[in-house]
Design a protein around this ligand. Structure first.
Ligand code: NOJ
Length: 559
């Protein structure tokens, strides 16, 4: 039996078309760990410019840069001091303009990260709020409350921050401020018009500099409705997160903000695009962020949260294609990013302990010592899953280093770690390794200082085994993960003709096969037994063994 999954029949779009984002391959750069041009151990903007040819050669349509703004790095740059500048350690606005020009010359779009739920505690608006005192208009831009107890010495509520520890911080005058994340990340009050103005200014600032789009951090958190008497954490936890009325998360009111932003995006030609990072309860709730009068597209983390399992993958794809068609958006697909254990390693975790424990937005390796991780299996399954994903209709978001098949670094010493999730909530004796393991600077060369990352060391130490995953090493091997990604991305331009697929019967529960409108087919064998193709069927991507798709392998067939 086959079931057709919508047939919007959207034609393939050139990169200058206003709808370039619908089926784009977007490559996430984590700037501090990508390439270090000046040998200070920290990746920088010029480092991205220097690698523009690498990105073009890989075949990506767009680059999304995680925050590069001035920051104390209390949360890897997601604590922003100034939304309209470049961290001096990473370069200057001129360097940024040069990078945009270099990428645009190569047909690569640029997406920057907007962090509107919170600023850093060093942002001038927060400093002004502290200085101006209780009841001032400046304090109203953030979420301040009087403490409980005689002199306000107790927090206004027992809420826990997502990174662990308390979510309310005293400021010494009987008031406390709210922070969903680290203490250094005070949440904005989005009921205040100055906050709206600050972000409209920021969106125009980067759009005017030629940025093509925005990734919106914690898009589901901006709107809040906090009553005079705050509920307890237990009461918050018991509240429904699907009706749009939770005090903190995924409130229907948040979409008013994005309608305002859309009007700014549409001031530009082509309109600027946006993608929501919204960890919400259901695909239906996610779709609300992806409307044409809102952000337009939303990350779909379902594949990232799934096992390497045919039934789960099929269900997720069918469901999400239907959801995105309903809002006129296109699906997004993600397997790795800077917040989760790299998928090559996730898939190699031991089966019985292989489930990933989720701690707020941070994924941790669930107690799997390095010698219990089957790296080879993880690598095989990761490539198979990536090639499956790249054959799907919609946008594919890739995380730097996944094209190399890079693994998570599990054994970073506590003193070398940077992630607040590690320091605030995690117990190193147990599982909480935080997110530094996927943020280790990339290996560009198999030898030399910091494996070609830069002329000095790397800001998070790289393990010796990174040498085997270096770009120049993989470059020289036609069968490497890097060269396979390059072939896939080149072929993808032919494969992406319409935003639909049809599942084909395979006779096996552990094999998925789908066909795109132009006849291109993707076959993924999730199982352990080879899957025989019909006589004469010869893949253009992926190798058969004795006429069959080997275990844990994806192949593409030309239409
Ligand atoms: C989501 C980002 O992806 C993550 O890295 C960050 O810690 C939180 N938002 C807070 O900004």
């Amino acid at each position: 039996m086959t079931d057709a999954v919508l047939a919007a029949g959207v034609p393939v779009l050139g990169s200058d078309d206003a709808a370039w984002w619908r089926q784009a391959v977007v490559y996430q750069v984590y700037p501090r760990s990508f390439a270090d041009s000046n040998g200070d151990g920290l990746g920088d903007i010029r480092g991205v410019t220097d690698k523009a040819d690498y990105l073009a050669g890989l075949g990506v349509d767009a680059v999304w840069l995680s925050p590069f703004y001035p920051s104390a790095l209390a949360d890897g740059g997601y604590d922003v001091d100034d939304y309209r500048n470049v961290d001096p350690r990473l370069g200057t606005l001129d360097d940024f303009d040069d990078m945009v020009a270099a990428l645009h010359e190569r047909g690569i779009k640029v997406i920057v990260d907007i962090v509107p739920n919170h600023s850093s505690d060093r942002h001038e608006m927060f400093r002004a709020a502290l200085a101006a005192g209780k009841g001032s208009p400046e304090r109203d831009r953030y979420i301040f409350r009087d403490g409980l107890g005689e002199n306000g010495e107790l927090p206004p509520a027992d809420w826990a921050s997502i990174f662990g520890g308390p979510a309310w911080e005293p400021v010494g005058d009987g008031q406390w401020y709210f922070h969903h994340f680290a203490t250094e990340q005070p949440d904005f009050n989005w009921d205040n018009p100055d906050v709206h103005a600050e972000f409209l200014h920021t969106l125009r600032f980067w759009s005017d500099r030629g940025v093509d789009g925005f990734r919106i951090d914690v898009a589901h958190g901006l709107s809040k409705d906090l009553p005079a008497v705050l509920p307890s954490q237990a009461e918050l936890d018991a509240m429904d997160t699907t009706d749009g009325r939770h005090p903190l998360w995924d409130r229907d009111a948040v979409h008013e903000i994005y309608r305002e932003w859309r009007r700014v995006f549409d001031e530009y030609d082509p309109p600027r695009i946006a993608v929501a990072e919204a960890w919400v309860a259901t695909p239906e709730r996610r779709a609300k962020y992806a409307t044409p009068d809102g952000l337009g597209q939303a990350f779909n983390f379902d594949l990232l949260e799934a096992d390497f399992d045919a039934a789960q993958f099929r269900h997720i794809v069918t469901d999400n294609l239907a959801q995105s068609a309903a809002t006129g958006s296109s699906s997004t697909w993600v397997l790795s990013n800077h917040d989760v254990v790299r998928h090559a390693t996730r898939y190699g975790l031991p089966p019985r302990r292989g489930s990933l424990a989720k701690q707020g937005s941070a994924w941790i390796l669930a107690g799997a010592p390095a010698d219990q991780i089957d790296l080879a299996r993880g690598s095989r399954q990761a490539l198979a899953a990536s090639l499956f994903l790249l054959g799907l209709p919609g946008s594919a978001y890739l995380y730097q280093g996944e094209e190399l098949g890079l693994h998570e670094v599990g054994d970073i010493k506590a003193e070398d770690r940077q992630d607040p999730a590690f320091f605030r909530g995690a117990d190193p004796e147990r599982d909480g390794l935080g997110r530094d393991g996927c943020r280790v600077p990339l290996p560009w060369t198999g030898t030399g200082s910091s494996f070609g990352f830069g002329a000095a060391g790397a800001h998070i130490p790289q393990p010796d085994w990174f040498a085997g995953y270096a770009v120049d090493v993989e470059d020289a091997d036609p069968a490497s993960s890097l060269n396979t990604y390059r072939r896939a991305l080149a072929l993808r331009h032919e494969l992406q003709t319409g935003e639909s697929l049809e599942w084909m019967e395979t006779g096996r529960d552990d094999v998925l096969r789908f066909v795109r409108p132009n006849g291109w087919q993707v076959v993924t064998n999730f199982g352990a037994e080879p899957f025989a193709l019909a006589e004469g069927e010869a893949p253009v991507l992926g190798e058969l063994v004795d006429g069959a798709v080997p275990a844990e392998t994806t192949v593409w067939l030309r239409g």
